[in-house]
Design a protein around this ligand. Structure first.
Ligand SMILES: Cc1ncc(COP(=O)(O)O)c(C=O)c1O
Length: 392
């Protein structure tokens, strides 16, 4: 396998739009239903609820808005604390701040790179105590308002221990499933396992609406409240009266039309992503010091962003050198997110002992994995990684 820098640019992850997107969007334009209500919004909600396996789904303008609303309907109050993975894109931590609450960052585990349930349970048992009808952080006195496990990179979090402790202390669980649509934990879809699930359909997600989000839940009352809050909390269909502070977080019919078409393609897209992961994993197995993204025996991963871990000592070059080397060969790759306990945006936030997330941040690199990626492009990426070993 040889890499050739004269070849085309290989992006990290771009949409795959080969279904009914055109015809559904045209239908919106032809019927004048382009804005924040319309048949495609209802259809997309019904379709997502069916896919995720919850009776209810509420469309939102993006995944961050879904998380903000989920926190509110779960009852998170200003000055509560919310436990969340430190190794994630920043949006869920920001949403916690929008609700006036405080994130407490929990480390990742080394096996599947997800939030470490053991460390989370330890924090609740050792650092918190039950007082005034709630579990409270002993050092701050603040109530633990929710837990937000984030299923990163398309692989589910090991949720059973987290849901068990959450139920013991009556703490709602909000799954950030924005990166894991189509993934399953012990046979069940992510997004149906906690009290609420949140999804994103931005341009690099497994399916896209351009920008968009969805909240899923088994609770009819939470779904009703979520819909209410996303539509400015208007409480009369005719009169402009409002019973609380709401938000304009609605998804438009045009975006939902794209979403409906994309949802029809979801299973095929996931199958392609899994085939890409398989080919990468087989080819990278021969390169010392490079480990392909793992999949637990209890998991069905979508491999949303196919990611490798590079042991710099064994490989002879670190992840950032590989990134630069790929860049020179017109191949886009990306490190994981700076762990949030190190982020200036959340300076001063609490965290337990964190080491795995820091190591993963240092070692990992996400590789091109668009659903339409061709075999020869995968081979080119693998060849470029092998060459990077020698500083090429
Ligand atoms: C883990 C995670 N949470 C939340 C979001 C926010 O989604 P959006 O960009 O649709 O607001 C994203 C993606 O951007 C994400 O990766």
């Amino acid at each position: 396998m040889r890499s050739d820098s004269s070849e085309e640019f290989v992006p990290l992850s771009v949409p795959s739009l080969h279904g009914n997107e055109w015809s559904y969007v045209k239908e919106c334009l032809d019927t004048n239903w382009v804005s924040s209500v319309g048949p495609f919004v209802d259809r997309f909600e019904v379709g997502m609820a069916a896919k995720v396996g919850t009776p209810h789904a509420v469309a939102t303008v993006n995944g961050t808005a879904a998380l903000h609303i989920a926190l509110l309907v779960a009852g998170v109050q200003p000055d509560d604390e919310v436990l969340i993975s430190t190794l994630t894109f920043i949006a869920p931590a920001n949403a916690i701040r929008y609700a006036g609450a405080w994130p407490v960052f929990i480390d990742a585990e080394a096996d599947y790179w997800q939030i470490d349930g053991g460390k989370l349970v330890d924090f609740l048992h050792r650092d918190c105590s039950w007082r005034d009808g709630a579990l409270r952080n002993r050092s701050t006195g603040r109530r633990i308002g929710a837990i937000v496990p984030v299923h990163i990179l398309g692989h589910p979090v090991d949720l059973d221990p987290i849901c068990e402790v959450a139920s013991k202390y009556q703490i709602p669980v909000i799954e950030d499933a924005t990166e894991s649509l189509g993934a399953r934990y012990k046979g069940r879809a992510t997004g149906q396992l906690g009290d609420l699930g949140c999804f994103s359909f931005n341009g690099n997600k497994i399916i896209t609406t351009g920008g968009g989000g969805m909240l899923t839940t088994n609770s009819a009352s939470m779904a009703r409240h979520a819909k209410h809050l996303t539509t400015q909390a208007k409480d009369d269909p005719l009169e402009y009266t409002h019973d609380e502070i709401g938000y304009n977080y609605r998804l438009t019919n045009v975006q939902a039309a794209i979403g409906c078409a994309q949802l029809e393609e979801l299973d095929a897209i996931v199958a392609r992503k899994r085939r890409i992961a398989e080919r990468y994993t087989a080819a990278l197995g021969d390169i010392p010091g490079v480990t392909a993204m793992p999949e637990a025996s209890w998991a069905f991963s979508t491999f949303w962003l196919f990611t490798i871990r590079i042991d710099a000592t064994r490989f002879g070059s670190d992840s950032r050198s590989v990134l630069r080397s790929l860049e020179r060969k017109k191949i886009q790759s990306r490190p994981l997110w700076q762990p949030l306990h190190r982020s200036r945006a959340h300076a001063g936030a609490q965290c337990g002992r964190i080491d795995v997330a820091d190591e993963l941040y240092q070692d990992c690199l996400s590789l091109p994995c668009s659903a339409d990626l061709r075999d020869e492009q995968i081979d080119r990426v693998v060849a470029a990684i092998a060459e990077a070993q020698y500083g090429n």
